[in-house]
Design a protein around this ligand. Structure first.
Ligand SMILES: Cc1ncc(COP(=O)(O)O)c(C=O)c1O
Length: 450
């Protein structure tokens, strides 16, 4: 029997089939995964290969079941294989899967998005990366300027110009954030600390007449969840307006997820400002590859074929993907968001209570229905403070949760997601797992200290 403070050894469940598949995968795919965050590099061990998913539950190829706290990194707002979404998708697929001509679901999904958000027009693409890349091109084409401002710790997909790290001082141009990005792709990018109004003001004073746009996650979720300080997004919108730059709010993660109207519904709508451009993905594709950018009609009309800025896509607005997204959004009622809110609150409170009880310093941060947990006693407001999280403690916590049947994101810097299908049984499974996982984190920290 394990003592209270001993880390839970892992894996205690049978993972032989996942292990065998991972070996095969590594022989034919770099790192064995098709997106780096799926690897367990940050937490150790072998990723679980999932055979099927229903509602809030994942079943892996060894037959283990887990409450899913990843939800495909956001899209599965209603849970997996929702019967009405599946029926709509199956019906759409039997009518043919892609035509390369306009279709009705594209129009209806665009109308639904325009009704829920401040955008006047949208253009569909197939990934969030494409959405932010295209929004920046449009902002540059519209303003006739080249410089882009972003924040450290905000992820906007793997766009060359945005895979950038801050230069040597404030308001100096960025350097590539990864090999393969040429310096020429980031030399028009400025990277600033998040939530830092002074840095924004100084940068716009110095470079304002060259700045095409400022892009920010509406509430950053890719360094763990670091919400904007009250009024920060309004300040960004106003600063951009004063300098003739466009304010691009990236709601790929928060859109139709943080609330019915995304993060904008939590701040912009109440405060009375609108972004010039927005980007969307994840929930609006209902688990299929669909994304979009949209905004002011006068800006969007600069896009081909109406205007001169070129942008296109073979599978853009795909009829199966847009049907999945449309059905998902139509089913995402106020009751769904109220359920997500209540579920997130229950789990957040239980995580905080378990970590407090185990003596693990932590900060649980949230916006709307999204939240994440930092293992630190430093207040987290930007990338530097987010980086103080204890990743080793998280790894121990993660594996203890996994052993107890809860699949968290395999990295300390990710948002946790719930769905409308997270019912009492799923939530109870999470609550039951937390005390042991908190003790495992405490034991890891004792080990580090010792
Ligand atoms: C805020 C944000 N923007 C853009 C992207 C890129 O989206 P995709 O992975 O679909 O390219 C992501 C992906 O996680 C994201 O969270």
């Amino acid at each position: 029997m394990l003592g209270q403070n001993e880390a839970v050894p892992f894996p205690t469940r049978d993972t032989a089939v996942s292990e065998a598949l991972f070996e095969r995968a590594r022989a034919v795919t770099p790192g064995g995964v098709n997106s780096p965050v799926r690897a367990f590099n940050a937490v150790g061990g072998v990723p679980r290969f999932i055979r099927s998913a229903t509602g809030a539950w994942l079943t892996d190829v060894d037959g283990n079941q887990y409450v899913d706290m990843i939800c495909s990194w956001g899209p599965m707002l209603l849970g997996h294989a929702h019967p009405e979404v599946m029926a709509a998708v199956q019906a759409a697929a039997t009518r043919g899967t892609s035509y390369g001509t306009p279709t009705q679901p594209e129009v209806e999904l665009a109308e639904e998005m325009v009704a829920r958000t401040p955008v006047e027009e949208v253009r569909f693409v197939t990934s969030g990366t494409e959405a932010t890349m295209s929004a920046i091109r449009l902002a540059r084409g519209f303003t006739g300027r080249d410089v882009v401002v972003k924040f450290a710790g905000c992820y906007h997909g793997h766009v060359d110009a945005l895979l950038a790290s801050a230069g040597s001082g404030l308001a100096t141009f960025a350097v590539p954030g990864t090999p393969g990005v040429p310096a020429s792709s980031t030399e028009l990018t400025l990277v600033l600390p998040y939530n830092d109004r002074e840095a924004v003001t100084t940068t716009f004073e110095e470079h304002g007449d060259r700045i095409a746009c400022l892009i920010t996650e509406a509430s950053p979720g890719n360094m763990g969840l670091v919400p904007p300080e009250p009024g920060f997004n309004a300040f960004l919108a106003e600063t951009c307006r004063r300098h003739g730059a466009l304010f691009v709010s990236d709601e790929v993660m928060t859109g139709f997820r943080a609330s019915r109207e995304g993060q904008w519904g939590l701040d912009g709508k109440r405060e009375g400002w609108v972004p010039d451009l927005m980007t969307f993905g994840k929930v609006m594709g209902g688990g299929f590859p669909a994304a979009a950018f949209g905004g002011r009609a006068d800006v969007m009309r600069h896009l081909a074929p109406e205007g001169p800025v070129y942008q296109a896509g073979t599978l853009a607005g795909n009829p199966v993907a847009t049907t999945a997204g449309l059905t998902t959004l139509r089913l995402a009622t106020d009751e769904v968001y109220a359920h997500l809110d209540a579920t997130a609150t229950t789990i957040k409170q239980a995580v905080a209570a378990a970590l407090t009880e185990a003596g693990v310093p932590h900060a649980v941060q949230s916006t709307g229905t999204m939240f994440s947990v930092f293992f630190t006693d430093t207040p987290v407001t930007d990338f530097a403070t987010a980086s103080t999280t204890d990743s080793a403690a998280y790894a121990a916590f993660f594996h203890a949760m996994l052993d107890a049947g809860v699949h968290l994101p395999p990295s300390a810097y990710e948002t946790w997601f719930v769905s409308a299908a997270h019912d009492d049984r799923a939530v109870q499974t999470v609550l039951d797992a937390l005390p042991g996982a908190a003790r495992a984190a405490a034991a890891a920290q004792e080990g580090e200290a010792g």
